[in-house]
Design a protein around this ligand. Structure first.
Ligand code: SF4
Length: 84
């Protein structure tokens, strides 16, 4: 995964992107917003997101999207494929 060499998150603790046990919903939302702000200035958002989609990553922020947002994107893509 050469794109990881360019990632804006490589100098951050994984906890920022994956959270930690005992995190409250409010803490999670704040953490995810901080992680997404890192993704916004990342030059490899697209390959990161596609890697997460292809490998079905269940946890964490990838490509600027949460697990729920990736699941939603997956459903939208499946609907679009069926419609075409
Ligand atoms: S898009 Fe976000 S999670 Fe992916 S490599 Fe960039 S900073 Fe890291």
């Amino acid at each position: 995964m050469d794109w990881q060499d360019e990632s804006a998150c490589r100098e951050y603790d994984n906890v920022l992107f994956f959270g930690e046990e005992g995190e409250s919903e409010l803490e999670k939302q704040a953490r995810e917003a901080r992680a997404k702000s890192v993704c916004q200035r990342c030059p490899v958002t697209e390959p990161c997101l596609e890697f997460a989609m292809e490998t079905n990553q269940k946890y964490g922020i990838w490509g600027g999207l949460t697990d729920k947002e990736r699941a939603s994107l997956k459903r939208r893509r499946a609907r679009a494929r069926r419609a075409s």
